[in-house]
Design a protein around this ligand. Sequence first.
Ligand code: ZN
Length: 456
Amino acid sequence: MVSTADLPILKEPEGTGSVTDGRWRLAGVLGVPDELGGSGPFELVVRNGIIATLRSIDKRDEHERAASRLVLVPLLVNAHDHGRGTGNVLAGIADGPLEPWIASLRARKDTTSQVALVGDACRAMLASGVGATVICVNPQGPDTAAEVYAAAQAARDVGIRAAIVYPFADTMDQVYGRSRDAVGWDPTEVERHLESVERVAAGVEDGLIEVQLGPVGPQWVSESTLAAIAVSARRTGRRVHMHLLESPAQRAWADRTYPEGIVNFLDRIGLLGAHVCFAHGTQLRSDELASLADNGCVLSLNASSNLRLSSGIPPVAEAQRAGLDLGAGLDGMALGDDADYWNELRLLRGLGQAQTGQVIEAGPLFERLARGGRRALGSCAPKVPATDGVADFVLLDLGDYRHLVGRDDWSVADVALAAGRPEFVREVWVGGRAVLARAASPSTTTRAEPSGEVAS
Ligand SMILES: [Zn+2]
């Protein structure tokens, strides 16, 4: 786990003296409009948080080509997380099958604040290049609204874009799943929570933060509350984020409780749509994946988490075949408990390749996951890097892999996916501000001298 003390956070968004200007030479760019091409060299200039210049430099100039090891990558998006502080391993919570694992989470003695849980997790994400995340709040006490607010404040203090998900779970005492007639909150209580969502949202939403409705999972929310959330989402336009068929026990519950199909049930009550992102779907069948795709839903795949919690193998290939918009989520459970998004990407790609026997190309994979991630984030999604757009990007130092850029048999995306790792992340810009910067190694001469007009 990355120690939060090690992270060179430059500033908080509200602070003065924020870094909003810079100028770089780049070896390559990925995930940007096609006319720029992939391999550089490029010049990138940011002024007052806006990309003033993003253009290729004469490729015949070998000196320019050799001068940079930096690659521009769109801001990485974590499409599903909770904010697990410095990680479950440090907290002494061992991996295990989901349902008993949830019990061990609840039994955690050293209850910590939402500010620490979300803040520490977001700092670790930033160190990996993740500048935008979904945070499904796991309440530590009875005041859910206060904890959602605290989570939003913690994300804002770190400077990360965040969709903060307000949890609804009125039958979660039955960890293996409720019955159809289980009684949850009465209508007044549901309404009180829905009003809290709007009140918190009015206080924290600002383009970098969005609040979403979070029925935690169909097995843990009563039917009447699920229906009320569906109605509220359609009335307010608020996005919904929900766990769905994560574990074998949840699959068994769904088949036992909803013989007509759990996805059909969700469709019937209005909980499928382009405004909904589901998390996991590890146990989804192909007809259910097709139904989610037909309804325009997003699915966050969380491969590391599924492996650590004995939940199953995410349906990478099947979901792609179904045409479903996909995001990549860490779920606070990266394999090394370190928020390493690059390893997560390689894991997803590897699983998809194992499921098909085919190579999954890096460029389309980056593009697909970025698109799904942006949809999961809603109004707080990062922008695609482009001239005159706000600065949302990662500068990745390719280090010893630099020589592969420009070769015909390696795209920039191929190199980034193969070589990317948190320690190669040099800078992270979010919403026009540099929120993380690491000094270049002595052998690197990537950052051009600022010109007179650019304050750096
Ligand atoms: Zn989760």
